[in-house]
Structures are given as C-alpha cells and as structure tokens.
Design a protein around this ligand. Sequence first.
Ligand SMILES: NC(=O)c1ccc[n+]([C@@H]2O[C@H](COP(=O)([O-])OP(=O)(O)OC[C@H]3O[C@@H](n4cnc5c(N)ncnc54)[C@H](O)[C@@H]3O)[C@@H](O)[C@H]2O)c1
Ligand SMILES: O=c1ccn([C@@H]2O[C@H](COP(=O)(O)OP(=O)(O)O[C@H]3OC[C@@H](O)[C@H](O)[C@H]3O)[C@@H](O)[C@H]2O)c(=O)[nH]1
Length: 388
Amino acid sequence: MATVNRVDLDGRQIKPMTICMIGAGGFIGSHLCEKILYETPHKILALDVYNDKIKHLLEPETLTWADRIQFHRLNIKHDSRLEGLIKMSDLTINLAAICTPADYNTRPLDTIYSNFIDALPVVKYCSENNKRLIHFSTCEVYGKTIGSFLPKDSPLRQDPAYYILKEDESPCIFGPIEKQRWSYACAKQLIERLIYAEGAENGLEFTIVRPFNWIGPRMDFIPGIDGPSEGVPRVLACFSNALLRREPLKLVDGGQSQRTFVYIKDAIEAVLLMIENPARASGHIFNVGNPHNEVTVRQLAEMMTEVYSKVSGEAALDVPTVDISSKEFYGEGYDDSDKRIPDMTIIDRQLGWNPKTSLWDLLESTLTYQHRTYAEAIKKVMAKPTSS
Ligand SMILES: NC(=O)c1ccc[n+]([C@@H]2O[C@H](COP(=O)([O-])OP(=O)(O)OC[C@H]3O[C@@H](n4cnc5c(N)ncnc54)[C@H](O)[C@@H]3O)[C@@H](O)[C@H]2O)c1
Ligand SMILES: O=c1ccn([C@@H]2O[C@H](COP(=O)(O)OP(=O)(O)O[C@H]3OC[C@@H](O)[C@H](O)[C@H]3O)[C@@H](O)[C@H]2O)c(=O)[nH]1
C-alpha cells in the first residue's frame, strides 16, 4: 500500500513527488514503477517507446494507482515534449539506453548515440531547470580489472586491491578502439563525466547509478517468443531460452569471465533510497551489486541448469553446455570484462543499503517466472513444422 507518512533515513517526512522516468518500459523501469506505485505516494510520468512490461500497471484504468502513472509514448531522440515533462517533475530518472552487448560491436554508432548523444538533452534540461537527475550508468565503465594484466600465476591476482571496483579510486580500463565492445562503456563514461562536470560547474543535483548485473523477471526477451528470433539478449535470457528449448547453454570463450549478480528486487530498494534521500544521494556515484554472488559464467550455466530442472520437473540434458568462440557468438570486435566485484563502502555509508538475496534464491524465483511465462509458448512454437 502507498503510505503517505513516509520518513527518510534522517527521520524527515518525505513529500510526494512527481518523477519523470525515461525508459520506464524496460526491465529496470518496470520494477521501479511497481515499487513506487505499490509502496509510495509518488507520481510517475513514464516515458518510453514501448510499454508491454508495464501494461499491468496502466490497465485497466480503475486500478487504485491509475491517477499516479501517466504513460507517454515517445522517443527522446526527437520529441519536443521532453523538456516540458522534465519541467513538470521534481526528479528525472534516465534509464533509456541500448544496453545489450550483442549491439555494442555490431551497432556501435547506435550504441554511442543512445548512451551519450541522446542522454545530453536530458542532462541539459535538468541543469537549466534546476531539476534533480538520477542517471543510470553501468559497471562496464570500470572495463577490465588491473589484475587481468598481471601474469596468470601472479599472487597479486588474489589481492583485492587488484580487482575490487571502487567508485572513487578504480581506473576505467578499456580495450583498443577496434574492439568495438567498448563503445558502450566509453559513451557511458563520457556522459558520467559530463554530469559530474554539470554538478561541479553549474550546480546540477545528480546521482549516478552503476548497476552490476541486475537480473530477474522481465529481463530482455525470449527470442522468437516476445523478441526477434535472431536477437541475442543478455546472458540470463540467453540461458533461459536454451533451458526452455532443451538446448545446450552456449559458453562464450569457455565461460571463464566472472560476474556478480544481484536480484532486481534488492537493487530497486537501493534506487528508492536514492529517490527519497536526496541529501544523502546527491553528488554521489553508487555501485549497486551483490559482491557475495560471484560466479564464472560456466558456474552460472551449471547453477541455472540445476535450478531449472528443479522448478520445471524436467531432467537436465546429458550435455548441458557447449563452448563457442566470441567471434562466432557476437562477431568481430567483441571483448569482455574479466571480473566485476563492486565495493559497497559508499552505498552502505550513505544509504545503509546491502543486498540480501543469494544467487540460488534469485535464480529459483526468476526461473520459476520464466517457466510459468514461456514454457507453453515455446512448446507451441517448437511443435510447428518449419517451412523449408
Ligand atoms: N540491467 C542491468 O543489469 C544493467 C546493468 C548496467 C547498466 N544498466 C543500465 O540501466 C538502464 C536500464 O537498463 P535495463 O536493463 O532496464 O534495459 P532495458 O533495455 O530493459 O530498458 C531500457 C528502456 O529504455 C527505452 N529506450 C531506449 N532508447 C529510448 C529512446 N530513445 N526513447 C525512449 N525510450 C528509450 C527502451 O525502449 C527500454 O524500454 C540502462 O541505461 C542500462 O545501460 C542496466
Ligand atoms: O549465451 C550467452 C550469453 C552471454 N555469455 C557471457 O556471459 C557474460 C555476461 O553477459 P551479459 O550479456 O549478461 O552482459 P555483460 O555482463 O557482459 O554486460 C552487461 O553488463 C552491464 C550492463 O551495462 C549491460 O546490461 C551489459 O553490458 C559475458 O561474459 C558473455 O560473454 C555467454 O557465455 N553465453
């Protein structure tokens, strides 16, 4: 229930606000809209080119929160309504971006435009109109770890100083320009620098979020079901798709890269704290991830196979994974982050936030959702004879 008498971390009453949420129809946006509508009195101006993932919040119009969410179908690349909507709001949250690795090396121009050029007017309108901005960046701005450049057998690789990623200390280490994978990270880094500079020179009140692999229901799409057959989503959806179709999970370059995964519902708690505690969140860059949920991609595949077998009741394949080269899977210009463990000092100190959900538990609830949502549709598609 949306409570009116909400207090912030310092015991002050939180006034209801209007939030302009750009990219509200995406994975993170859909969870953030739910959280705000279910638990707070705030209003949302939801901007996106799609609304499939928030349809349940928009229809029917008799829902108790219907007067607190307004959907505006628009593309921020070219829509004169953007400035007016930002002006009508107390806070703008920008989530809009091309953010699937399969696009970074194959559509580098779209990637750079989306993550830098298209975000520029949002920063400018916030700055000029004295509006607060929460901008979504990425953990990819750290790029590769310092440790990855050490010899394989160096004992220093075990020293956290060489791999833990700290907002105010770690360098941003990208590969050469011909590795177009880094077009995304580089564009995100430049918009972070621009926002930071707007804060320093023009007093923009900002918060930058660096998500570390947030996963959960509604992430991306299942190819051929609610997205293009040839599309390559992020790893959770790729592996879910293979499990649903009873095909081996593809491990890019042997699945040796490491990631930490955080449950979307834990991560959204952190965003709500930022929204409602401006004095503690403004001027900061926050890592938001779960340092305790680290696995290699191979281990993720093994765990997902086991969890899916449990939630679906179907035995796992005899050979559940297959190796594939990054060139074959993503094409020319792919490169990878080796390891991503967030330092949590700043977010813990400023907002007292820490993630709660283990990788096993978050996979169990997410794969239960995937099975319930897609298993029947996949069976139907697979039963259809293919035209030759
Ligand atoms: N999910 C993660 O783990 C993760 C990790 C790092 C960074 N991020 C960042 O968080 C943000 C949201 O990510 P997500 O996972 O929800 O992705 P998503 O693709 O599900 O959501 C992005 C939304 O933005 C919309 N959008 C894109 N361009 C637009 C435009 N020009 N005009 C209007 N709407 C537009 C898309 O339609 C989509 O609904 C992105 O900026 C992404 O870079 C996410
Ligand atoms: O089928 C697959 C898909 C992916 N992978 C691997 O799994 C790892 C994770 O891949 P994801 O697609 O989830 O994306 P990444 O973690 O590399 O980047 C993501 O992280 C931060 C965000 O900014 C973006 O959402 C995205 O860039 C990579 O090493 C990738 O090569 C596979 O081995 N098999």
